[in-house]
Write a protein that binds this ligand. Sequence first.
Ligand code: GDP
Length: 616
Amino acid sequence: QALSAPVAQSDGDLRSPICCILGHVDVGKTLLLDKIRQTNVQAGEAGGITQQIGATFFPAEVIEQKTASFSSRDRINVKVPGLLIIDTPGHESFTNLRSRGSSLCNIAVLVVDIMHGLEPQTLESLQLLREQKTSFIVALNKIDRMYGWRAQPNGAFCSSFQAQPAATQSEFATRVADIITQFAEQGLNAELYYENRDKRKVVSLVPVSAVTGEGIPDLLSLLVGLAQKHMAKRLTYQSMPECTVLEVKVTEGAGTTADVVLTNGMLYQGDRIVLCGLDGAIATTVRALWTPQPMRELRVKSEYVHHKSIKAAMGIRISAPNLQKVVPGSRVLVVGPGDSEEAMMEEAMRDIASLHNMVKKEPRGVWVQASTLGSLEALLGFLHRSNIPVFDINIGPVHKKDVMRASTMRHKAPELAVMLCFDVKVVLDAQRVADEKGVKVFRADTIYRLFDKYTAHKAAVAEQKKKDNTSQAVFPCMLQMASSDAAIKHSNPLVLAVDVVEGQLHQGTPVCVARTDPETKASEIISLGNVVSIKANNKKATVVRRSDALSGVTVCIECPPNLKPRTFGRHFDHTDTIYSLMSRSNIDVLKEHFRDDVTQDDWKLVSKLKHILGIQ
Ligand code: GDP
């Protein structure tokens, strides 16, 4: 069933803005979308809303009707043909809607739960919006959850708000003030949209409820108003086709198909197209263009409507041979008359090449793999900001060969023998090889969860290394004795009452005194043995730091069999200072694995000891 071809728009007309919805998990993105899509039959709304592939189209008339609850003064005059809202909320669709690195999403709604404020993924979304320089408004969702809220279904926010009890109004004011502060902490000015006089510079907050529909008229009118007021240039229809792959999937009876968003121009059945593939560029011919059946046409058997041509902006499913390896998030290039297909194939692969160029590949770093170009780019940006070095990257499912390459890090830097995999499958064989080779494969579908897994792993590796090196860790300390009564036992074991005057005294530390021969002036290091036990304030202790300011510290020093036992009063006395007996390798171990446990003052003592003990 073929529909007649739409009339091509001419360059210069406005096209529909494309809108994405972002936010933390559970803030209500999906429900909000459903509520916006819902046709209010009682209010006599037109059913012109059409579900497209991956997007929903709201024609101008529907937006006008949905915002009719505004007073005539606030009502907007819709100049764009409509609004195209991307159906899959979250990072994925936003990050994939790109063309040559810039976002095809014209305006975004960042959803924040008014009861929770800014959450980890809200911050991630903010970062993405900033990087792509995308304008956005904030939907403060779940206003109906505030205590005592009296719902006015589908109403404009201000009239709903006036109907609320004073206590609810005051709770609202407190919560909004908090959220404004949280935005300020992120370096952003935000205000309730109806108090916002500079909507281009100050973020607008729109209170809504996805359950009662309150505030949705405000949200829609603000979205369209902002888009047509400030983005006229970007929304000017261009006849040059501009198209991006959102998803590649198998459609029954049609093999592998690509779901795309056509943001400009027209696509025709029979068009020759070029796409970026996992193993190289793909040139193919459009066999069919589909959109879903309009909701009312339930009697029609086929699920999809077949089009001879489609005009932007629109979500479309493309059927064509050889789409299996198309990289989601990459562009669809349409070969025009006089275009060189070969040159376009090279151009299509630039999407991946530019990512490889963007990332600074380090000889020691983690492996990064993601399902789509957009998510890989977002993840790389995040790792860069978090100072996590990247060794190499790939797109698509994790195969054995990826693991083999990542495993080369096992010998260079075991803590970095890690694969950070964003929303990708790991084939069975690959997981087995990873286990064999000791490569950690972390999978997650949000960046912050992936980051948490990596940081936990890094901490565990550091802790293990500490354990492995404990015997080699000698901490610097300096002990003094008050008087000739300091010796409780004079020889093997020595038991001495001391003060920790600098550094930290650990059980197990080898100690010494440094004496200078009065005649030859030669210095001599007299090794006393190892601290086998410590008592502080009459209790056993394993560590005593100078800063612990403890009185009454006694140490028991035992002489190992290979050393000559020393006697207090003969080989040394209370005027001697006792030091940790450190070596160069002990210092290296401290630097490498115990940096967090050594203070600035301790390092000063280390340098003093280097001098006293003659360490190079
Ligand atoms: P998403 O993960 O952001 O897509 O969140 P969902 O749309 O799945 O919503 C998460 C939960 O919050 C669900 O249980 C919703 O019913 C609930 N929810 C979403 N919006 C609202 C709202 O405005 N008010 C209330 N009371 N609950 C909401």
